[in-house]
Ligand binder design. Structure first.
Ligand SMILES: *Cc1c(COP(=O)(O)O)cnc(C)c1O
Length: 434
């Protein structure tokens, strides 16, 4: 039988660098041939060989309803008939802005853009413009899109300015980016002690999904808030992944339940709000957002921003997840998955730990949940790859890298979860044998 995935990959590699339009799709971490998706429906996609997979990536988060939800399809089809793009404002942009402001109390105003990268980059510019300061704080293992100033890893020594993680980023461009260890209060305090008056914003994934799944501890988050307030820096939550995914009000609503009165100053959004279409946003209180052009001096623009088809898709998606009981059901399903995986690993005596919130989860081939990037990367990569390929062979598609989170959709049934856990149990047994 010819392998259509392999054929397409060989062709793609001649035409597209690495054969893919975003690096992690290339399976470089796990080896093997990427699955080219032919079509998807509900919790499944079919690859180019016609093989069905239970999908725990869901486009890296956006497909919270599963693929091809009828109400979303209808909204998108209707919007497409009325026009693809106008370069002039539309009613749906106002409706989507309203929905975001209603769901996220820390936000008074939003600007719509087309990707999380754009939203993160614009948030940094706005924070610098609004505060008149240069420096930003980020944490190792958090991803905020591929803007130059954010492609940076920790330098040697504590609380130093970082080194670029990509060629093509001059060191001067990241000289104002401080890179700290996630969940490390001592480093955080030292950074504010040394640079407090120059820090425009602290950007953080409140529940980090780009180093698998690592929560900011409550004391750490409290300290982030206190230090930002004390030094006049803006606390920017990157909720591109967690927004409308871990809870209707995002990760900030989770922390607000744990820390009375808690709110970030700025929020970066994407993924779920576009429902699978290119759409992202950033928002903050009115005084900050009014610094943006055309009202204020901070420039930001986009030809396709607030795209009418994308906003229709996003609005239809938000309408579904706002229905009573949606997140309770999604959370229960996700919890059933991670509990099942944990039990299967325990049964095979494979060291394993899990965590989840709403429809987002992570698991580690480690006996305890890691608290920061270095600990995540101490995972056994080879065993992860065996687990990945074992699941893939059995028609279960998880992220092809141990530092990525997973996603459950409303379309995943208990039977899908049961099949996944049964497949994992087989793979764990083979891992335990050698
Ligand atoms: C996906 C992601 C981004 C980047 O979004 P793109 O739409 O891929 O540019 C930024 N921040 C976080 C937390 C993300 O998960």
């Amino acid at each position: 039988m010819t392998d259509r995935n392999l054929e397409l990959f060989e062709r793609a590699k001649r035409l597209i660098p690495g054969g893919v339009n975003s690096p992690v799709r290339a399976f470089r971490a796990v080896g093997g041939t990427p699955r080219f998706v032919q079509r998807a429906q509900g919790a499944y996609f079919w690859d180019a060989n016609g093989k069905r997979h239970i999908d725990y990536i869901g486009s890296w988060g956006p497909m919270i309803l599963g693929h091809g939800h009828p109400a979303v399809l209808e909204a998108v089809q209707k919007a497409a008939l009325d026009g693809f793009s106008f370069g002039a404002p539309t009613e749906r942009e106002v409706e989507l802005a309203q929905a975001i402001v209603d769901l996220v109390p820390s936000i008074d105003m939003v600007r719509l853009v087309s990707s999380g990268t754009e939203a993160g980059m614009s948030t940094i510019r706005l924070a610098r413009g609004a505060t008149g300061r240069k420096k930003i704080i980020k944490f190792e293992g958090c991803y905020h899109g591929h803007a130059d100033a954010l492609l940076v890893k920790a330098g040697s020594g504590l609380a130093t300015f970082g080194n670029p993680t990509s060629a093509g980023v001059p060191p001067e461009v990241v000289q104002h980016t401080l890179v700290l260890e996630y969940n490390n209060i001592v480093q955080l305090e030292a950074a504010f002690d040394a640079h407090g008056a120059d820090i425009a914003c602290l950007m953080i994934e409140p529940i980090a999904g780009n180093m698998n799944f690592v929560r900011a501890s409550v004391p750490f988050m409290k300290r982030c808030r206190e230090l930002c307030t004390q030094h006049g820096a803006l606390l920017a939550f990157d909720e591109v992944m967690t927004g409308f995914r871990v809870a209707l009000g995002g990760a900030q609503s989770v922390y607000a339940r744990l820390i009375p009165g808690f709110e970030p100053d700025m929020t970066v959004m994407g993924k779920v709000i576009g429902g699978g279409m290119p759409l992202a946003a950033f928002g903050a209180k009115r005084a900050v957002m009014e610094q943006l052009a055309p009202l204020g001096p901070v420039y930001q623009a986009g030809t396709l921003s607030g795209n009418p088809v994308a906003t229709a898709c996003g609005l239809a998606t938000l309408a579904e997840i706002r229905k009573p009981g949606f997140f309770e059901a999604l959370s229960a399903r996700t919890r059933a998955l991670v509990d099942g995986l944990q039990a299967a690993a325990n049964g095979a005596r494979v060291p394993f730990s899990v965590d989840c919130e709403g429809g987002m989860f992570g698991f580690f081939l480690l006996p305890e949940l890691p608290q920061h990037y270095q600990a995540v990367m101490a995972s056994d990569g080879q065993r992860f790859n065996q687990l990945f390929h074992g699941l893939l062979d059995r028609g279960v598609y998880i992220a092809p890298a141990l530092y990525e989170a997973g996603f459950v959709s409303a379309a995943h049934t208990q039977a899908d979860i049961d099949d996944t856990v049964a497949a994992a149990a087989e793979v764990f047994r083979s891992l335990a044998q050698g």
